[in-house]
Design a protein around this ligand. Sequence first.
Ligand code: KDG
Ligand code: MG
Length: 405
Amino acid sequence: MADARIVEAKVIVTCPARNFVTLKVMTADGLYGIGDGTLNGRELAVAAYLRDHVVPCLIGRDSERIEDTWQYLYRGAYWRRGPVTMASISAVDVALWDLKAKRAQVPLYQLLGGRCRESVRVYAHANGHSVEDLIESVAKHIELGYKAIRVQAAVPGVADAYGVPHGTKTYEPADGDLPREETWSTPKYLHFMPKLMDVVRAKFGFEVALLHDSHHRLTPIEAAALGKSLEEYQLFWLEDLTPAENQDGFRMIRQHTTTPLAVGEVFNSVFDCQRLIAEQWIDYIRAAVTHAGGITHLRRIASFADLYGVRTGCHGATDLSPVCMGAALHFDLSIPNFGIQEHMPHAALTNEVFPHAYSYSGGTMVPGEAPGHGVDIDEALAAKFPYKRAYLPVCRLEDGTLHSW
Ligand code: KDG
Ligand code: MG
């Protein structure tokens, strides 16, 4: 009988192109599992939570007892939920699922019930400093085989639209040693969006699925107006229209528009979306493995959502490490109510530090057949890229009022 007791757990903070927090859990029989605990702009809080408060509790535990360990860390902390706690629990949970699947010598999706589909449909990001730039970017992604594309463009008269890079660099918003300040105008945005979608549909037709992220910047009635004004362009979804602490805000949006709604990349618990789902105010839940308590808790959210016809659309920006992407693809493959998976490819250097079995082809991804979740970390290489403080921007209205970024 293999000795699955945890003998060591290491927290690895590294910055290969951007910061990542990784947990490596080792067992007495010489296996290891890997989990992601990256919380963009607050990475060291998770690293400290893990090092100081979680790792000591892991030593000696049976790594096979995943659910029990999840409950131990969640209930046992007394202080439940919150992004730091839940990212830390996720790092442990994913490392334990990885270990269990490696011990069984099967790809993780087999332990999650096996494949529900052959591959996972993903969406890409297209963006532009102008409508012409955006059109070029959409065309490039169609050429790469993507069938679903998120479109974000600079808004005329607005200094900083969400989702558009500064200069010619690839879009990566956490780029300031201190938070960069951006300026925003909702009226200009609402005026521009139907015009933008009109150009995109005229150019590419209706076959490609189009998505758009409002990034928490609207009030419920503004969001309702946006959804209504875009109905004729038949979007796949509109994302994060309003800050969702007020779940009931979605009631009003829903009353006014049939444009499908997605929300939840910042959620860390089923309680963040309980009403959104049960009241059927949304169509896609975007909670991610890393931020919503790992595979164990995300499965609970997805099962609950399935009861109400809500599908998943997991967050997959570059601040979720390749470890999260690997775990997400196993999860996506195994659940009945999968909708779509976000795919924002990592930098080449990130991929070198995190060798992985997953792959992209023709608008879909597969997790690969390696035992576990199929993502590793090259510790020696990771050590060459120490943590570098990097904050997300903050957003102000034109009169200087602090707004949601
Ligand atoms: O850390 C913040 C990013 O992950 C977020 O801004 C990306 O909204 C995002 C998305 O939909 O990918
Ligand atoms: Mg988003």
